[in-house]
Design a binder for this molecule. Sequence first.
Ligand code: ZN
Length: 104
Amino acid sequence: MKCPRCGNNDGARIQGFQITDVYDGVLFWRCQECGEAFARDDFRNPRLSARSAEYADELNQARAEAAAAAQLPFSALGDDEPLPDTLHRDARPLPRSRLPGDGV
Ligand SMILES: [Zn+2]
């Protein structure tokens, strides 16, 4: 996988997020270099692809708003800022041991 914003492809600096109600495994990624969330691109199920993109977009939008409010560049926010409320309920970073390669 590769971050579409900064090109980072160091898997150790890309975090997988799971939303248990949606998929048992990584649903989308977030780059820890620049904070960009991006969809998982290896789902064969179009519904999962769409949900993956939807959550990544939502996270990016929330981050962009937080960055604007703090008058900081998108990439200057820490990678531990709170998730948006709509994601917070279910989204959680997955431990390294579960990345990636769970059945798609
Ligand atoms: Zn990045």
